[in-house]
Design a protein around this ligand. Structure first.
Ligand code: KMH
Ligand code: ZN
Length: 283
């Protein structure tokens, strides 16, 4: 089996510092967390930004500062969120792509999200994919529900999305598929050819989904964006969640991927040809 890629989503858009003191908010805090999670075994960081008060922001300046701090403190693959927070415009969500991170998330369809709607119509998805292509950014396809796999294939057939890519199954969001072994295995069975995959189980689904993915040969996303508890009633840090997955994987005979090994597995060693025609190297 391939080495295990552990992605960390350390912050997200839904949590507040009142819910957990371990949420990295500022660029400096994100840089410090990046060093700790890489040391613990992570190879990818999924980035959301906040302002100093903890409010969600997708400002290019804030992402630039976060990117700089993460780069200064780690060699992690940096993946920006284009999902942002509920209520952000598609333009806001796509603006930080001009900073040319190696990857960015792309949710492949609209989904209920608790009491809200996480909107990803075809025009929104096509627009974000165009921005990614312009800036040489590789999409990670986020799947919250099974029909979203079909949406990805439609985008491919239109030429808006090049496959194979890396898919992340986000399971357990109220409004999306539950975090069950059956659902995960069904999604994996319906993955387009040659694609790699990871699973992000929400809340108490995070640990069992990670264990199943380790056994199946897939990859794992952990982090406070998806789950703030280490065990019942005990708040987690991002690095503790990584370290636990690494321990379990090692017992199961899988070592974790270094960031460069993850780049090879995810075929990130060569950037997408950017719109100017020149393939660009990593920053
Ligand atoms: N905060 C959610 C509405 C992504 O990062 O691409 C969307 C989200 C997905 O977190
Ligand atoms: Zn996210």
């Amino acid at each position: 089996m391939q080495p295990l890629i552990i992605t960390v989503a350390p912050t997200g858009a839904e949590l507040t510092v009142d819910q957990t003191p371990h949420l990295p908010i500022t660029p400096k805090q994100l840089g410090a967390v990046a060093a700790k999670i890489q040391e613990a075994g992570a190879s990818v960081i999924h980035v959301h930004c906040r302002d100093d008060d903890g409010a969600n922001t997708h400002s290019v300046e804030r992402f630039a500062a976060a990117y700089e701090q993460i780069r200064a403190n780690s060699d992690l693959i940096v993946q920006f969120s284009t999902g942002g927070a509920i209520g952000m415009t598609p333009q806001e969500r796509g603006a930080p792509l001009q900073l040319r991170p190696e990857m960015a998330s792309l949710t492949c369809g609209t989904v209920n999200f608790g009491e809200a709607i996480f909107e990803n119509s075809f025009p929104i998805m096509r627009g974000l994919l165009r921005e990614m292509q312009t800036h040489g950014v590789r999409p990670e396809i986020e799947i919250f529900d099974k029909g979203q796999l079909k949406n990805a294939r439609r985008l491919e057939s239109e030429g808006a999305l090049r496959l194979p890519q890396h898919f992340n199954f986000v399971l357990g969001v109220p409004g999306g598929l539950d975090a069950t072994v059956h659902n995960l295995s069904d999604l994996v069975d319906n993955l387009p050819p040659d694609c790699t995959w990871s699973v992000a189980g929400i809340g108490r689904g995070q640990l069992p989904m990670s264990m199943v993915a380790i056994a199946m040969g897939g990859h794992v996303r952990v982090g406070l964006e998806d789950n703030i508890y280490f065990s019942r009633g005990r708040l987690a840090t991002n690095e503790e969640l990584v370290a636990r997955v690494r321990r379990i994987a090692r017992e199961a005979g899988r070592e974790v991927a270094t960031p460069n090994e993850a780049r090879t597995i995810l075929r990130l060693t060569q950037r997408e040809a950017v719109a100017t025609g020149e393939p660009a190297s990593r920053p």
